[in-house]
Design a protein around this ligand. Structure first.
Ligand SMILES: [Zn+2]
Length: 535
């Protein structure tokens, strides 16, 4: 059982870990892009595998909220731009410092910019910890191409407004051309497969809003293994695994594991978010990434046991991002913990579901020893991905949800958690920040939770609990510097008691010194206060 936890912790530490790199996305939104609302991307590229290059065009559809003499798009400097047009007419532009600057007189309203370009995209050295294209081969020698872009953003290979605060609300069309015999996996639904000579073009289309690091494709000698999935709300969704042909025999059992993972997450977070399209996973040469409706899977079918059954912790975590990250999206990387922390909390809920409450408690008690707690989880506003990324957004972020659950109580907490993930104010087109989470849970619980958010998320503070011996059989317990009255478990010689603790001392009867928070619902610092004089 302990092994399960170790394996899970290792999987979590590995999964969608970020990168030490200069390529990053987000940060302060440029004024030229703040007036631009992205509506749709079309990406049409021919993939030249021997040359490790791409060539084709992208169309960006957007609405300007005010007239502007300039349009600004991000695209890494790896490419050559052959032509650029705005609303069908050629336009003058510069392409430098990973920015395309288009000059003209652009009116308020909707516009369409087409960029014809090509070149060798940046190559990932150690994906998914850094971003780029991965040009490799499977064990039978077939080409295998993948992309990771979470940190760098979509500008890695297509012109875009590269900021987490704006997603293409009308979705994406991808037309990817590869040598015949290879298969392209992408987001949304496959519209058409068009052969032409020695090539074949796959047209993938999603009508959902999508974060731009999920706008990627994979190429390989894939076989599609599928089954139907019935969602918690009764909708039938195709569940598809784009698996390397050489591993196709493993796919049916893997989809059984995935089905269990989806079911469990639906219970806590509501219906699978992309039910009108598909549940998709694709085998990748890198460990994994939360690509919307085509989750990258690279854990090589290494399972652990949870509740006696095969479990893929890495897949469960990446799949949890279909809710936390893809459906519920932080508009500023500063609030990254909403993706990683709540998703990791969801991984612990799988243990609760299949191994019970005590196993879940032990998971967090163990996890509580591993936090760095050297800088706050939220470092301010307008933070780029590289600056926002730190391991505590996973574990400590998840532990915060564990604390919140204890403070609010299950009868309120679980409906509120699902409520947040299904509320139109916080999902799909409406992106969120830490303040939204705080206000939502405060309102829903009837508690003013700001001090708790400040302690865990905006500082590196610990809950300070003072213990003072009153006499041989009594101790006085209080918190220091915490304005909220909180529930607290106290281990005494007559068992565990639950008290409400505040800055006013509560007297607990015990002949031995009480153990504060024995099941570890908080990150605490116990202060042993001196006994009162003569006490
Ligand atoms: Zn993650």
């Amino acid at each position: 059982m302990g092994k399960t936890f170790i394996s899970l912790a290792v999987a979590l530490a590995l999964s969608c870990f970020s990168r030490a790199q200069v390529l990053t996305s987000g940060g302060r939104l440029k004024p030229e892009q703040a007036i631009m609302d992205i509506r749709h991307y079309t990406i049409a590229l021919k993939v030249d595998i021997p040359d490790s290059s791409i060539d084709g065009y992208a169309v960006v559809d957007f609405v300007l909220s005010q007239a502007s003499p300039v349009l600004l798009f991000d695209l890494l400097d790896s490419f050559h731009i052959h032509a650029l047009s705005v609303d069908g007419s050629p336009a003058s532009f510069d392409y430098a410092h990973s920015m395309i600057t288009v000059r003209g007189a652009f009116s308020t309203g909707r516009h369409s910019v087409r960029v014809d370009y090509g070149g060798k995209p940046h190559i990932a050295i150690h994906p998914p910890w850094d971003d780029g294209f991965i040009w490799t081969r499977d064990s039978t020698g077939n080409p295998w191409v993948a992309i990771t872009a979470e940190g760098t953003g979509g500008k890695l290979y297509f012109p875009c407004k590269d900021h987490p605060s704006d997603e293409p609300n009308e979705g994406v069309d991808m037309l990817i051309t590869v040598p015949s015999g290879l298969v392209v996996a992408g987001p949304g639904l496959l519209q058409e497969v068009t052969p032409s000579g020695a090539s074949v073009t796959y047209h993938w289309k999603t009508r959902y809003t999508i974060n731009n690091y999920s706008i990627i494709f994979n190429v390989g000698k894939y076989k599609v293994v599928s089954r139907d999935y019935t969602t918690i709300d009764g909708h039938t969704v195709p569940m598809q695994f784009y698996v390397l042909e050489e591993h196709a025999a493993k796919a049916p059992h893997h989809l059984e594991i995935l089905e269990k993972t989806v079911h469990e997450q639906e219970k806590y977070f509501g219906e699978y978010p992309w039910a009108r399209e598909k549940i998709g996973i694709v085998e990748t040469p890198h460990l994994g990434m939360e690509h919307q409706t085509m989750n990258a899977y690279g854990n090589k079918f290494r399972y652990t046991k949870v509740g006696g059954s095969d479990y893929d912790g890495l897949m469960h975590h990446e799949f949890g991002h279909e809710w936390w990250g893809n459906k519920i999206t932080a508009k500023d990387w500063a609030d990254y913990w909403i993706h990683e922390g709540i998703c990791t909390f969801g991984d612990a809920l799988y243990i609760r579901e299949f191994e019970g409450e005590e196993a879940y408690d032990r998971y967090f008690a163990r996890a509580s020893h591993g936090f760095r707690n050297q800088q706050p989880i939220v470092l301010g506003h307008d933070i780029d991905e590289e600056a926002a990324y730190q391991p505590d957004i996973y574990g400590k972020g998840a532990f915060f949800m564990h604390t919140l659950r204890f403070v609010i109580g299950d009868s309120l907490f679980f409906p509120l958690l699902k409520g947040f993930a299904t509320d139109p104010r916080y999902t799909y087109d409406n992106l969120v920040g830490t303040d939204d989470v705080e206000q939502y849970f405060s309102h829903g619980s009837g508690m003013q939770l700001k001090p708790l958010f400040d302690l865990y998320i905006r500082s590196v503070g610990l809950l300070q609990v003072s213990v003072r011996q009153v006499d041989a059989g009594h101790y006085a317990i209080s918190t220091v510097g915490m304005p909220l009255t909180l529930p607290l478990e106290v281990g005494t010689d007559s068992g565990v008691q639950r008290i409400m603790v505040s800055s006013a001392e509560q007297i607990v009867a015990s002949s031995s010194k009480p153990v504060i928070d024995p099941r570890v619902f908080y990150l605490t610092k116990v202060i042993n206060a001196a006994p009162a004089a003569g006490g």
